[in-house]
Design a protein around this ligand. Structure first.
Ligand code: DP6
Length: 422
């Protein structure tokens, strides 16, 4: 007997999915509805321990409609992007039978069964960190598991892509390429894993969450304007990115940090140049972002070879990739020197994520921050001005793994009896 509304069972799945930072940027679509990019892109997956989305999806004959809660608040699922992901997953659902629980769902049942979705980010959504990437990746991954979808991870990435382009790269850990593809229906526009997270595990990533008051242009509308008005975007997509993708794959494969850093910084700078070349121009970086770039550039030059790569998405936050832990400690020391917190800030909330790097810097409390010496590369110059309060906080993290299922029911975000948020 197939599922009917007199049945009381609830079937639930919980998954956790990482966010990612592009080192060769996706900027511009050739198809708005299917979300097909004008160029390939490459990203590093960030450790989900510090930045991730957890999503619980549930299905039951008792549910009256599809519903979703994000960080505890109900949101509408009527948007095209949610609808596309739900439709694509549902059409690939297969039958499920669990005699013990009395659950039997046929392929046909999935068309009329409703889902409840609860999603939670372990980092502040307002911080302007790519929450839609982890969010759509987690939605698609968890629904696919719940509905017993038999497709491989590449096919799932093509579905997540229809939620948000960058989401397709969050289906894998380590180093990931989104192949733009050629097919009109987008079937070959998928993510592939270049290397897993263990391949280059010396890298340390520090994110400076930059204080910002201005309302930013969303990636979606910003890239639409760039496609319509920027000649630099056309040149970048045709001439620059294809070569950079080859070089970046090589740099990652060989763990060649100088090439990796050179390409990462150049690509971030070109993406922001495209934004400036857009009419009207888009400014994502702030004065603080520019200061962070100068500080890294000056230091890299004084060392003779790059120690740190920087990259900025559609916002002022800096993502800094240090070649190893020792460099990361030196980087954090510089960042804390240039961007000390306001005096009433608790150090514990100013540096979050892997706090152990603070120990390497010899900083245990606020007075240690105040006592930090100026970086040696400023020695012969007037020390650069400190910008107190310009950074909201730092997150220390590293390259991380891809999506995982959480089998422990206590980690579920929906109540197993009611199917509503806990
Ligand atoms: C600057 O994936 O957020 O972060 O596909 O419209 O949802 P939509 O855009 P989104 O754009 C990300 C742009 C970027 C670069 C990148 O992640 O590659």
């Amino acid at each position: 007997m197939a599922a009917d509304s007199s049945q009381k069972w609830i079937l639930m799945t919980t998954a956790q999915t990482p966010t990612n930072i592009a080192v060769i940027k996706y900027w511009g679509k050739r198809d708005e509805a299917l979300i097909l990019a004008v160029n390939d892109s490459i990203s590093v997956t960030l450790d989900p321990q510090h930045l991730c989305t957890t999503t619980t999806v549930a299905v039951s004959p008792m549910f009256q409609s599809d519903r979703m809660w994000l960080n505890g608040k109900e949101i509408s699922l009527s948007g095209g992007r949610y609808q596309n992901c739900l439709r694509e997953i549902r059409s690939r659902a297969s039958k499920i039978e669990d005699e013990k629980k009395g659950i039997k769902i046929t392929k046909k049942d999935w068309e009329k069964l409703h889902v409840h979705i609860a999603s939670y980010n372990n980092f502040p959504t307002a911080a302007g960190l790519a929450s839609s990437a982890a969010g759509f990746a987690c939605l698609v991954f968890s629904l696919a598991k719940l509905m017993n979808v038999q497709e491989d991870q590449g096919k799932l990435s093509a579905i997540a892509r229809q939620g948000s382009g960058s989401a397709c790269r969050s289906l894998y850990g380590g180093f990931v390429k989104w192949v733009m593809g050629n097919e009109e229906n987008g079937s070959d526009s998928i993510a592939v894993q270049l290397q897993d997270e263990k391949h280059w595990d010396e890298l340390v990533i520090i994110i400076a969450v930059v204080s910002s008051r201005q309302k930013e242009t969303s990636s979606t509308s910003g890239m639409r304007d760039s496609v319509e008005t920027s000649l630099l975007l056309q040149h970048r997509a045709k001439e620059v990115v294809p070569k950079r993708i080859i070089e970046m794959e090589e740099a990652i494969k060989n763990r060649d940090f100088p090439s990796f850093a050179r390409l990462t910084c150049a690509d971030s700078n070109q993406f922001h140049a495209v934004c400036l070349d857009t009419s009207p121009p888009i400014f994502y970086m702030s004065d603080t972002s520019h200061r962070i770039i100068s500080c890294v550039e000056k230091w890299n030059r004084s060392e003779g070879t790059p120690q740190v790569a920087y990259t900025f998405d559609a916002g002022p936050n800096a993502v800094l990739i240090a070649r190893d832990r020792k460099v990361a400690a030196n980087l954090l020391q510089r960042l804390l020197y240039y961007f000390p917190p306001h005096s009433d800030t608790d150090l514990n909330s100013y540096v979050i994520g892997d706090k152990s790097i603070l120990g390497d810097v010899g900083v245990e409390e606020m007075k240690d921050v105040e006592a930090l010496p100026p970086p040696p590369e400023t020695k012969d110059q007037i020390p650069a001005q400190k910008q107190r309060g310009a950074v909201s906080y730092f997150i220390c993290t590293r390259p991380g793994k891809g999506p995982v299922l959480l089998s422990d029911e206590s980690q579920a975000l929906l109540n197993p009896e009611s199917g509503l948020p806990k």
